[in-house]
Design a protein around this ligand. Structure first.
Ligand SMILES: [Fe+2]
Ligand SMILES: [Fe+2]
Length: 192
């Protein structure tokens, strides 16, 4: 994914390979959080007309992904359970500006980067699981395209109504920050 400032090291695939059940539970939480984030943006910006329909569609699709992961958990006999949230998203948003409209651009770009990272990692999982767990590999291959589309959707929403150069510069800065945040995490998580 061109937007990301770093590539996931091979050590990540090794780390999660031994904890696939935990990774799936974490993944379920990620999809639910993605739906919640899109909904929260809808509540935060009820007056920004162009955000309404795309964010509603994103929330709906993420919730459908959540249901798909729940079905995978059920099939594999893995219980959905609470997990201590990974510090990734919180740390990523620590640099979001307070004043508008910068805050809105930054929040949308954080979402864009989370989607890009999910997409990259689904790709890694697809390749790593091929031949090991064909069903799960197929599941991740199926999700890859939607996360790539979500990434583009969020970038487009950030660009709408803003200076293009400013948004691309901010995206680059946020991508550097995202890479630094991720480099410090060691847990077997989707964003760990
Ligand atoms: Fe998703
Ligand atoms: Fe997504």
């Amino acid at each position: 994914m061109r937007t990301l400032a770093s590539s996931t090291p091979p050590a990540w695939a090794d780390r999660v390979a031994g904890s696939l059940d935990e990774l799936l539970v974490d993944h379920a939480h990620c999809e639910k959080k993605a739906a919640g984030t899109a909904l929260r943006l809808l509540f935060s910006y009820p007056g920004v007309e162009f955000l309404q329909a795309p964010l509603a569609a994103l929330a709906r699709e993420e919730l459908a992904h959540f249901e798909e992961v729940l079905a995978v958990l059920r099939e594999r006999g893995v219980r959905m359970r609470p997990l201590r949230p990974a510090p990734y998203a919180g740390r990523l948003r620590a640099r979001v500006r307070n004043g508008e409209p910068g805050r809105r651009v930054d929040l949308l770009l954080c979402c864009a980067l989370i989607e890009a990272r999910s997409c990259e990692r689904f790709g890694i999982l697809t390749a790593a699981l091929r031949g090991v767990d064909t069903e799960l590999a197929g599941f991740y291959a199926g999700l890859l395209a939607s996360e790539a589309r979500h990434h583009r959707d969020y970038v487009d929403l950030a660009l709408a109504g803003f200076d293009e150069h400013e948004v691309w510069t901010r995206l680059e800065e946020t991508a550097q920050h995202e890479a630094a945040v991720l480099a410090e995490l060691r847990e077997p998580r989707m964003h760990g």
